[in-house]
Design a protein around this ligand. Structure first.
Ligand code: ZN
Length: 512
């Protein structure tokens, strides 16, 4: 039931629409929104562990679509404080809108959200609806039924009388909470009767008997709106394979490309980091693959072209890539790429070391003062040109990582011949919240990736993210394959047909 707190003198509860109106669908003015990517601490002031766990689970539904992080804590200074039927005398569900929570509730012992109607016996659909709705307010959303685009033919005397009976509201409150439109709104989407921010409107409240049913989930508009207000800063349009995204595996074609559209566009062209996740080539010719895209300075903010090429007589049946997108303002992330062609020609192999390696090493220096401690460095292979006549053994690894820089080594061993290779890298502060990285290899991946029903795999983090779905990006950093068979390998160590895999390694990075 739309039972939220009526107006009162000293606070602006979530069901009140500020007179300053709002610029957009569901929205108050922008200053009511938290910063995208912000961590919002959320302690509970009372309530059973079961009820608290339920709130946490449903609140996190918003986190799937908004770059915001609810951090549920026990106490301390917090942005959002949740109570259940506070002091046993507030049975109404209400929440302050967005940053209003900190503006209007100064007393840190007082809730900014009261889930007054919920207890251990509340039905699941009611729990879901109320928690999603109130956390929508906490994120800055206001009532959809008061959108300027809403076009209810209110039967006002009926609404006022019924709201008095149902919620004990006086006429002013009912006008403020239900009947009044946000007339100063300047931009909005079409009215969305499926929004979780829309009240249930009984048909008899309108002259044309058109009401709104109970909504139990985030609508498509809710999701697209909150994504715009809290955009994820690092996104992935998904993994792209030559087969079947560009062509089928046979007949082979050397040059393969696809335009990846950013939705929504970035303010400026983002930096792109490309990693190879799968390669399937015939053994009869040299192994050749190159993933590439123009540098940010030669791209626009709307899309990028992902190229997955082979050349000469190589038969590339398939290849696949994953990629990271970093906006220019994400200054804490440094990215780069090393292609051995930059330092030597393909036919000048590095000398063999005492430990029987050939190493191409390139030093990268971070901008002065960028990092105060050695950062995490993720390295992905994204181009290979190797002889067919020896086993394919190669790895790319960051060595001597310090706050000042690192050595990117691309190395092979035994009789392997690497004419050229390229690796992309990402560096980030180890203490950066919500970022973890690591390495896996085929020898331990079963521990890291317990099999699942689908062909996906679950990564177990040492430090669990408290977001529901950390985004994991993984690509190849090491190969050790028998050249007498074809080379089909993917990041999780799968091979197929008759190939012989000694080892495959991958670097992963996760954003939570
Ligand atoms: Zn509400």
């Amino acid at each position: 039931m739309p039972s939220e707190r009526p107006s009162n003198e000293d606070v602006i509860p979530g069901n009140l629409i500020g007179e300053d109106g709002g610029p957009a669908h569901l929205a108050l003015s922008p200053e009511f929104f938290w910063n995208s990517g912000q961590k919002l601490k959320v302690p509970f002031l009372n309530g059973s562990p079961k009820l608290q766990a339920t709130v946490r689970a449903y609140a996190q539904e918003w986190e799937r679509h908004a770059n915001i992080d609810f951090v549920f804590v026990n106490d301390g200074d917090a942005e959002i404080r949740v109570a259940f039927n506070w002091k046993n005398r507030d049975p109404i569900n209400w929440s302050h809108v967005g940053t209003g929570a900190n503006k209007f509730v100064i007393d840190k012992n007082q809730p900014t959200m009261n889930l007054g109607s919920l207890d251990d016996y509340t039905r699941e659909d009611e729990l879901c609806r109320v928690i999603l709705h109130e956390f929508g307010h906490a994120l800055g959303c206001v009532h959809e039924h008061q959108s300027p685009a809403a076009n209810f033919q209110w039967d006002e005397p009926v609404v006022i009388a019924d709201a008095q009976k149902r919620y004990g509201w006086d006429e002013a409150t009912t006008r403020a909470q239900i009947l009044k439109k946000k007339i100063n709104a300047t931009a909005h989407t079409n009215f969305d009767p499926n929004s979780i921010m829309c009240y249930i409107i009984p048909p008899e409240w309108t002259k044309d008997k058109k009401g709104v049913n109970m909504n139990l989930a985030l609508s498509e508009t809710d999701i697209s709106f909150i994504r715009k207000m809290y955009p994820f800063r690092t996104r992935n349009a998904g993994r792209l394979s030559v087969d079947p995204d560009i062509r089928l595996w046979y007949p082979t074609i050397a040059l393969n490309s696809k335009i990846i559209v950013f939705d929504p566009p970035y303010p400026l062209p983002p930096r792109i980091v490309l990693g190879l996740t799968l390669l399937d080539e015939a053994r009869t010719t040299n192994i050749r693959v190159r993933l590439h895209t123009p540098p940010a300075s030669e791209r626009d903010n709307k899309s990028f072209t992902l190229n997955m090429d082979s050349w000469a007589e190589t038969d590339m049946y398939n290849a696949a890539a994953t990629w990271l997108e970093f906006v220019q303002s994400e200054v804490e992330f440094e990215v780069g790429e090393f292609n051995t062609n930059d330092d030597r020609s393909w036919d000048k192999l590095p000398p063999v070391t005492d430990d029987n390696f050939r190493r191409d090493v390139h030093r990268f220096d971070f901008p002065r003062g960028k990092y105060t401690e050695p950062p995490g460095v993720v390295v992905w292979l994204n181009a290979l040109d190797m002889s067919k006549d020896a086993n394919w053994r190669i790895r790319a690894v960051a060595r001597n990582v310090s706050a000042a820089g690192f050595d990117l080594a691309i190395e092979s061993w035994a009789d392997t011949v690497v004419y050229s290779a390229s690796a992309a890298w990402v560096a980030y502060p180890r203490n950066h919240p919500g970022v973890l990285s690591g390495k896996v290899s085929s020898s331990d991946y079963r521990n890291w990736f317990p099999p699942q029903a689908s062909n996906g795999a679950r990564l177990k983090f040492d430090t669990p993210f408290d977001r529901p779905d950390p985004k994991v990006f993984i690509a190849l950093s090491e190969l050790d394959m028998d050249c007498s068979r074809n080379l089909p390998v993917s990041w999780h160590g799968d091979t197929w047909a008759d190939s012989i895999l000694y080892e495959v390694g991958a670097d992963w990075v996760a954003f939570g």
